[in-house]
Write a protein that binds this ligand. Structure first.
Ligand code: TMP
Length: 219
């Protein structure tokens, strides 16, 4: 499915970890190395998938856990066809702000849905596509959730539907990410989030340089 030069990077983490800022900085960094980079996100990233995102994050909706899982997977299946696959086929670098690890962490570790079921659904929605590299930005949810709720997302004062979950929920999300990082150390690189954006960026770029040098894409 992928062009040989294509690289698929995902950025993961709990609420308020700075993924979005760091994804944008990473795009600029890789562009400065002469690469063509597409930055996208989940849930969402394409017209239909963004509509699914609106349902998923609307705090006025009461969404049943399995419906929530299926909507994340539906958004992913659409996004894969619209954005991820075509760009990888062209040999571009695709950076995705959240992907399948988020589903395991949020719907599996925190919501309590059987992780084997999630793995199967992730596999179906992605046609088996796995990230080449995942940067996991680690933050204590105690800090992160406060930060996330202050970011202006339209009229969502008090946070979106997921941000409004309990601290216990968000601690379980973090536990999930930490376990996944331990389980897949070759793919998932844990970076501790610093209050100083440039410090976090430097740590991410170290992992990125290591990966791209190993792949002999730039040296
Ligand atoms: P974000 O793009 O602002 O990080 O918001 C997306 C929210 O959706 C965030 O709270 C994490 C959550 N999420 C899941 O629960 N499962 C998933 O599979 C994905 C991709 C995101």
């Amino acid at each position: 499915m992928k062009n040989k030069k294509a690289v698929f990077i995902t950025i993961e983490g709990c609420e308020g970890c700075g993924k979005t800022t760091q994804s944008e900085l990473l795009k600029k960094y890789l562009e400065s190395k002469g690469l063509t980079v597409v930055l996208t996100r989940e849930p969402g990233g394409s017209i239909v998938a963004e509509q699914v995102r609106n349902i998923l994050l609307n705090p006025d909706f009461n969404v049943a856990p399995f419906c929530e899982l299926m909507l994340y997977e539906a958004s992913r299946a659409q996004h894969l066809e619209d954005v991820i696959k075509p760009n990888l086929q062209k040999g571009h670098v695709v950076i995705c702000d959240r992907f399948t690890d988020s589903t395991l962490a949020y719907q599996g570790y925190a919501r309590g849905i059987d992780k084997e079921v999630i793995k199967k659904l992730n596999n179906i929605a992605t046609s088996g596509l796995k990230p080449d590299l995942t940067i996991y930005l680690d933050i204590n949810p105690n800090k992160g959730i406060k930060k996330a709720k202050t970011v202006n997302k339209g009229n969502l004062t008090g946070g979106d539907r997921i941000e409004r979950e309990s601290l216990k929920f968000h601690n379980n999300v973090r536990k999930g990410f930490l376990e996944l990082a331990k389980k897949y150390p070759d793919r998932i690189k844990k970076v501790k989030t610093s209050e100083i954006i440039e410090k976090t960026q430097k740590e991410i770029n170290k992992e990125i340089d290591k990966f791209f040098k190993k792949k002999k894409i730039y040296v």
